[in-house]
Design a protein around this ligand. Structure first.
Ligand code: CO
Length: 293
């Protein structure tokens, strides 16, 4: 059996793989073309966070009418937690297996992650495996996460700035909470802070699980004698991290840490996927994938 596998890898900053094209041909009989979209998010167990997913779903369906849209969630913990409440959500592998079974031949997988970190790279690997599989998809491609090209960083900066509460004064800080990771993709958060500060020197970007930490940010705020800070999630959903780690009343929340340092905090509980201009960046990435079909 003759099999040709083509892999095109576009590598960008940080040697990360942003968009992988996997094509496999020659599976004997050819199926009729059936295109599909798979949206892949980390997931959230909080019902308040669903507004973000609904907004993405709506905008993707509007942009690509007639193309079936399916969802998958990468977080094990969240899927298991929701399964106990009777909500069955698919992992990426499960969703792709079902799509394969349902006769899809061309699948555009869109990462709804913010940076190209571990989750994104796993997604690319799994998509690749499904493309190679005997009887697998003819074509499966993965779209960039939110921060793909330098352009995206600029657009994200502008959109977030537009959405800062209007009562914020120039001397007030805006502290964005990114997720953060041990993965080298973590460097995007510092890159974002650079972009923000080019436009507004009082905007800061910290992370929950990587660098810069909230202690780093606290130090920067104190050095600038900041008295008030608006706290905003730099995550697609205002879920557990935003509601607890950022805005919660526990001693180790960002609100508590900064309040204790003499900085008045105003939490804003809105995920980035609630802003249409941000969702449209993911949609644009999906479009660059779908044009290959
Ligand atoms: Co987390």
């Amino acid at each position: 059996m003759k099999r040709k596998i083509t892999i095109l890898v576009f590598s960008l900053i940080l040697t990360m793989t942003l968009c992988t094209v996997v094509a496999a041909e020659g599976h004997g009989h050819k199926q009729p073309m059936k295109k599909g979209i798979l949206l892949v998010a980390f997931g959230s167990s909080m019902s308040e966070a669903q507004v973000s997913f609904k907004n993405i779903d709506k905008r993707v369906k509007n942009a690509f009418p007639g193309v079936p849209v399916r969802w998958a969630y990468t977080s094990h913990i969240i899927r298991h937690k929701l399964a106990k409440e009777g909500k069955q959500l698919d992992s990426t592998e499960m969703a792709l297996a079902k799509m394969m079974d349902d006769g899809f031949t061309h699948v555009a997988v869109q990462s709804l992650h913010t940076i190209a970190g571990e989750e994104y790279h796993e997604l690319v690997q799994n998509a690749y495996a499904f493309g190679q599989m005997s009887g697998g998809f003819e074509r499966i491609l993965v779209g960039y996460p939110l921060l793909g090209k330098e352009d995206d960083l600029v657009k994200v900066t502008e959109t977030i700035i537009k959405n800062i509460p209007k009562d914020r004064k120039k001397e007030d800080a805006v502290v964005l909470m990114g997720h953060g990771t041990h993965h080298p993709g973590n460097a995007f958060y510092a890159a974002m802070m650079y972009h923000f500060q080019q436009k507004d020197p009082n905007i800061f970007v910290g992370t929950v699980e990587g660098a810069p930490t909230i202690d780093d940010i606290k130090g920067l705020l104190l050095k600038k004698k900041i008295k008030k800070a608006y706290l905003m999630p730099f995550m697609s959903v205002a879920g557990d991290h935003a509601r607890n780690d950022m805005a919660g009343d526990e001693d180790d929340s960002w609100k508590s840490i900064l309040t204790k340092a003499g900085i008045k905090c105003v939490p804003v509980l809105k995920g980035t996927a609630e802003y249409n201009d941000i969702v449209d960046i993911w949609v644009a990435h999906l479009k660059t994938v779908l044009v290959h079909f």
